[in-house]
Ligand binder design. Structure first.
Ligand SMILES: Nc1ncnc2c1ncn2[C@@H]1O[C@H](COP(=O)(O)OP(=O)(O)OP(=O)(O)O)[C@@H](O)[C@H]1O
Ligand SMILES: [Mg+2]
Length: 364
């Protein structure tokens, strides 16, 4: 799939933007603070219905305005789809080909976009919740069921923690909660485990192509992973919950579940978080993102769009060229830079250049 056009109204620093994209390579160039990332953010928003930078959608509305609109035409094979999103203070309407999409999960599966930006290094270096968010967003893009199961699970977890805090004595209620909790938790474990297996189909090969280093895998760290016999997940988790119950009454928090999941990056038996160089870490996260793209290609039969925010300033010459070879294969790529001199001439001659100044397109 690829974005054919984009219209923004009162989104971030844009009053009214109209833009057509090249199906292949697009370079958004402009000085700091002109609105380059804002464009990528709006494209990310089309796919995920949220910003990659902040959780409060109202921040995206242009100062002193009451709503924003995003419109885009998206081409896939012979179809031209139209997406329209209107965000008023606190309400959002999403239209796909003129039909309002009321089920978020179904919509999330429709448009496949992968974004890479320098702060994604936090997927490797940051806290486990960033890695869980990565898994949740990536799996939701290929499986709408996952999003619904995760929502159900989060609701159950919240109810269970509230119950623990209340110190109420209602064994029947807790047993019922736990039954559903274990049900949803085991599904999440299995889906995450499968997704991580799929990443490992691709990540070593990609890492080798970009970094010239053999061997990279990610390892799922989870209650599920510790089980020898995975088919006993429900019984094992239930037994664990019963064992933890007295401790939980003190803390008011559920001890075991997918809310504790994590994963690590391993190369030649070492953990990249502790021993990797900055460049290796960055390469590993880029490889993770490309693996995500390969999964969308192989298991959904869709070529996702790549948004690359200021990545070229971060890699050395050889890695940069390796990366360019990768991204110029069959993706639509929309990338940003403050300086065209940081980008190879070959890429520039193939690309549509979009110059941005203070929320407007200039020149061309
Ligand atoms: N809600 C808003 N209303 C108006 N302007 C906004 C809003 N949110 C952000 N901006 C403006 O958008 C600009 C930042 O845009 P953006 O993050 O896209 O910059 P950039 O071109 O990517 O810069 P850099 O090269 O530094 O990453 C800032 O000038 C900021 O003040
Ligand atoms: Mg930026």
């Amino acid at each position: 799939m690829f974005f054919k056009s984009l219209e923004l109204q009162n989104f971030r620093n844009y009053d009214n933007l109209k833009l057509n994209f090249d199906p292949h390579i697009n370079i958004i160039v402009g000085k700091n603070g002109q609105g380059k990332t804002n464009i990528l953010e709006s494209l990310y928003y089309i796919a995920y219905l949220k910003s990659h930078r902040i959780s409060d959608d109202n921040v995206l509305i242009k100062n002193n305005k009451k709503s924003f609109k995003i419109k885009s035409k998206i081409k896939r094979e012979n179809l031209l789809d139209e997406v329209k999103i209107e965000q008023n203070l606190d309400t959002k309407h999403v239209f796909f080909n003129q039909t309002e999409m009321l089920k978020r999960a179904e919509y999330l599966e429709l448009i496949n976009v992968i974004l890479f930006e320098p702060t994604n290094l936090d997927i490797l270096k940051g806290s486990p919740n960033i890695r869980r968010d990565f898994l949740n967003d990536s799996i939701s893009q290929i499986n709408s069921n996952y999003y619904n199961i995760l929502n159900d699970f989060n609701r159950l977890l919240k109810m269970r923690n509230e119950f623990l805090k209340s110190k109420r004595n209602d064994k029947d209620y807790l047993d019922t909660l736990d039954k559903y909790y274990v049900e949803k938790a085991s599904l999440i474990y299995q889906m995450r485990s499968k997704y991580i297996c799929r990443i490992n189909e691709f990540i070593a090969g990609i890492y080798k192509n970009i970094m010239n280093i053999d061997d990279l895998k990610i390892e799922y760290k989870s209650f599920y992973e510790k089980l020898e016999d995975k088919s006993t997940i429900k019984e094992s988790l239930m037994a664990e919950m019963k064992k933890n119950y007295y401790k939980e009454q003190y803390t008011g928090l559920t001890i075991e579940g997918p809310q504790k999941d994590d994963f690590v990056f391993i190369t030649n038996d070492i953990n990249l978080k502790e021993y990797g160089s900055q460049g290796q870490q960055r390469g590993a996260v880029i490889s993770l993102k490309f693996s995500e793209a390969e999964i969308v290609k192989k298991y959904k039969n869709v070529i996702p769009v790549f948004l690359l925010d200021d990545v070229f300033s971060e890699l050395d010459g050889i890695r940069k060229n390796n990366l360019i070879k990768y991204i110029t294969s069959d993706y639509q790529v929309i990338l940003t830079t403050t300086d065209l001199a940081k980008i190879s001439k070959k890429l520039i001659t193939e690309a549509k250049i979009i110059k941005i100044e203070d929320g407007e397109i200039v020149g061309g």
